[in-house]
Design a protein around this ligand. Structure first.
Ligand code: PMP
Length: 416
């Protein structure tokens, strides 16, 4: 049996161009985008190449191979919450790595305990039971698992425009034909979808057969679309009436991005389960499920688990991230700078700005990808969305007013 290929054998150059994934649609790239050519690689070609090669980062800035500085209003897809390589976070990671890199999550860890306490204290009551994993999709997968176990039901209701991950169960409630097909290939029944802000549709869809309603209070990929408070309150009401679990996917909009530590707090609606990931550890992989005592009452040894989830280095990074968010007032900063960006964009003629805090969607009168490309020409990085007219901004929560003005200056030239 031949196990390898002859040197130089064709590995295939392409894969689809114009690929739309949360990672790639968010970045807005297609493989045909101008930029440095990427050498053939052993990696599957699932990500169109992003036309910048950062080698260093500090604060809201990336530095490329040629020493050029790029203003990052994309934040590595909402991950660089405290800015790039914040010294306090880097120190915490280095010290923990040098002390104890890892041991099995089956043994107690004071760091994991501390992080769980801090998350419980940072999420609205009664969200106080925590499970750690490694990514957003995994957090949502476990949230669905909790809801199905607690309710002994299987059906899920989700919202059009929602994006929840790439595990089989999360694909089944992620909006988009590609994702639905992937879930169907895995044999997972698709969720029932309701249109965003359609209270009547939600009322019709949620009954005593539904385990969970899952939604992003501020939808990321669909263009920083903030669901109406009426709709979110209705979700709480119909879930209460039918004994259904309400899950807020705050993987992108949580961890201080949308005006409070959780978007739930910002909108004044408390779910039964809330998921966090992306910005929670400033760049180390982590996912967290924060749930009520009621929904987790039946959970015992062996019901959930993860080899790496809640490992010491990720926990140290998350604790340091929470320190920085608190000490540097990053939630207040995100509100202030978000308002400046939104106001500045409106003054430039942007017809609508959606979102909250520093998860903003600029609704343009032309393709956002063109504007994004022109901004890249000025070494400014922004994101796009599944709505082609929306430019998405998800910079570090430490983005300064001066940096906001720089970005607005670039936008002014591009939109002129
Ligand atoms: N939910 C939302 C709202 C997201 O934005 C993402 C990632 N873009 C996920 C879930 C999945 O997270 P991960 O890629 O860490 O699995």
């Amino acid at each position: 049996m031949v196990m390898g290929k002859a040197p130089g054998a064709d590995r295939g150059t392409g894969g689809p161009t114009g690929l739309e994934t949360e990672a790639t649609a968010g970045a807005g790239w297609t493989a045909s985008s101008a930029g440095p050519s990427v050498p053939r690689s052993a990696l599957l070609p699932v990500y169109p190449p992003f036309p910048i090669r950062p080698v260093r980062g500090h604060g809201s800035w990336l530095v490329d191979e040629d020493g050029h500085e790029w203003l990052d209003a994309y934040g590595g897809h909402a991950v660089a919450s405290t800015g790039h390589s914040h010294p306090h976070v880097v120190r915490a990671i280095a010290e923990q790595a040098a002390t104890l890199l890892f041991y099995s999550t089956a043994v107690p860890s004071p760091l994991r305990e501390r992080l769980a306490e801090r998350l419980a204290g940072s999420c609205p009551d009664p969200l106080e039971r925590v499970f750690f994993c490694n990514s957003g999709a995994e957090a949502n997968e476990n949230a669905l698992h909790l809801a199905r176990k607690a309710t002994a039901r299987t059906r899920v209701v989700s919202v059009l425009g929602g994006w929840h991950g790439r595990t089989a169960a999360t694909l089944a409630c992620t909006d988009g034909v590609r994702y639905e097909q992937a879930a169907t290939r895995s044999g997972i029944p698709l969720s029932t979808r309701v249109a965003a802000d359609d209270v009547a549709a939600l009322e019709r869809a949620v009954d005593g057969s539904v385990a969970a309603v899952i939604l992003e209070p501020v939808q990321g990929l669909s263009g920083a679309r903030d669901l109406s408070e009426d709709f979110l309150r209705a979700a709480r009401r119909v879930c209460d009436a039918s004994g259904t679990a309400l899950i807020f996917d705050e993987v992108q909009c949580g961890a201080g991005r949308c005006g409070a530590f959780t978007a739930a707090e910002a909108v004044g609606v408390v779910p039964d389960v809330l998921t966090l990931a992306k910005g929670l550890a400033s760049g180390l992989p982590i996912g967290a499920v924060v749930a009520t005592p009621a929904i987790t009452a039946g959970i015992g040894t062996g019901d959930l688990g993860s080899t790496f989830g809640g490992g010491p280095v990720a926990c140290a990074a998350a604790l340091a991230t929470l320190d920085v968010i608190e000490r540097e007032g990053l939630i207040e900063n995100a509100i202030r700078v978000g308002e400046r960006l939104a106001g500045g964009a409106r003054a430039l003629g942007v017809r609508r700005v959606s979102g909250r805090g520093l998860l903003l969607g600029l609704h343009l009168d032309r393709p956002a990808a063109e504007v994004q490309r022109a901004l890249l020409g000025r070494r400014m990085i922004t994101g796009t969305a599944s709505d082609p007219s929306v430019l998405r901004l998800l910079p570090p929560l430490s983005f300064s007013e001066a940096e906001a003005d720089l970005l607005l200056g670039g936008l002014k030239e591009v939109l002129a």
